[in-house]
Design a protein around this ligand. Structure first.
Ligand code: G3I
Length: 378
């Protein structure tokens, strides 16, 4: 059993609203126990979440109940991105994102904000890409982040402030209008604007392909250390964890070591976008996928600072992978008919293994609940 006694503020709040079974001491490890992943996650001291899209809440009758049953956190897959929120300058469209926030509130779920700035040229509107005057671009950045972070203040407990500042496969800063016009300091500016607009939110830097160490992970750590040294309000690092089976070399110890190297900087850590795309059709691919999910979740649970595990979707019926790698890659925990795959049980088993001894864990969690307050962050 694990010994996770550190509770994130969002988890504290959710424990107050958790389904009775989560705190009733129902043994979610018992065969056939009627527990969702969220019930075990609460007992393991973490949040478990999924990316979500509002259209599926109404367009797919199985989607909403399955999302609420397994997850106590959600991330707007696209609706909180710049292109969605402010497609033309000065015109904000919050309705789709607000629908997700409303669903989360109705189902005692935390909300991760994704993402205030993904500066990749194809991910921001043309009017932003075309703004190459430094003062004007700073003005756009300030207007966007201040308007958005203020709108969701009190609803979003954590933001991916900057997503993917680096090139996909290296630690070099990815060229974009913000880097080219303002230099690398655009990252710090984004974090300062977000903190000023919502002092209560945890602010994350979110990256991909940094899970198992290497040059890109090293570059990320240097960037994080530089930001912290400047006093930038950076509170956490998100590890997207998009894995390609059988091509990604899965190494739980290496992932744990990476997590610890960032935890040592005083940061909160999260798996923010996990999926495991099956890029071949060998007969044991679902079992291997299960093992991959279990390995990565178990590594997170061994590091107290790893506070939330978010999957980039939860049913093979709705995944970005289909459009990028082609259909049939079955990357998620439920199949297209919403039946639990071996991967679901791999996550469940890793969570169960992370649950502290029943009496101690729940008593201390309850004691911590009584003491904790959600204070503005430094
Ligand atoms: O909403 C429009 C629709 O009106 C239009 O008809 C249609 C065809 O052009 O496009 C729709 O927008 C698409 C959007 O998803 C919503 O479905 C965009 O074209 C498409 O590019 C977008 O893809 C998303 C992608 O990020 C880019 O924003 C994926 O769904 C989403 O899963 C993916 O997620 C990213 C994370 O944000 C960051 N980390 C990597 C991850 C995977 O790429």
């Amino acid at each position: 059993m694990g010994s996770r006694l550190r509770l994130a503020p969002a988890l504290t709040a959710l424990l107050l609203a958790a389904p009775a079974r989560a705190l009733s001491g129902v043994d979610c490890a018992a065969p056939g126990a009627d527990c969702g992943l969220r019930d075990v996650a609460v007992q393991a001291g973490v949040l478990v979440g999924s990316a979500a899209q509002p259209g599926f809440l109404t367009g797919d009758p199985l989607y909403a109940p399955a999302l609420a049953a397994d997850f106590n956190s959600l991330t707007a897959e696209n609706e909180m991105k710049w292109q969605a929120l402010q497609p033309s300058q000065g015109h904000f469209n919050f309705a789709p994102a607000d629908a997700l926030v409303d669903f989360a509130r109705q189902n005692a779920m935390a909300v991760r904000g994704h993402t205030l700035l993904w500066a990749d040229p194809i991910r921001i509107p043309d009017y932003v890409n075309a703004t190459t005057d430094p003062a004007s671009l700073r003005g756009l950045l300030q207007d966007h982040i201040t308007t958005v972070a203020s709108h969701f203040a009190g609803e979003v407990d954590a933001w991916d402030v900057v997503n993917e500042p680096f090139e996909v496969t290296s630690g070099a800063f990815r060229s974009n209008v913000f880097l080219d016009t303002l230099g690398p300091s655009y990252v710090a500016e984004a974090f300062r604007l977000a903190h000023a607009a919502d002092p209560g939110a945890k602010l994350f830097l979110n990256e991909v392909l940094v899970e198992f160490g290497g040059a890109k992970a090293d570059a990320l750590r240097v960037l994080v250390q530089d930001l912290l040294a400047q006093g930038v309000p950076l509170h956490g690092v998100g590890f997207q964890t998009h894995l390609l089976d059988p091509f990604t070399q899965i190494d739980g110890a290496a992932f744990e070591a990476t997590l610890r190297s960032f935890a040592d900087l005083g940061l909160s850590l999260e798996i923010t976008e996990m999926d495991v795309a099956l890029l071949n059709s060998d007969p044991d691919r679902l079992q291997r996928q299960r093992d991959t999910y279990e390995t990565m979740v178990a590594a997170c649970l061994r590091v107290a600072e790893c506070e939330r595990i978010t999957f980039w979707g939860f049913t093979d019926a709705h995944t970005w992978i289909d459009g990028t790698f082609g259909p049939g890659r079955a990357p998620l925990l439920l199949d297209a008919a919403y039946a639990r795959k071996p991967a679901w049980f791999g996550v469940r088993d890793a969570l169960v293994a992370g649950v502290p001894e029943p009496a101690v864990g729940l008593l201390l969690a309850a004691a911590l609940l009584a003491a904790r307050r959600r204070a503005p962050r430094p």
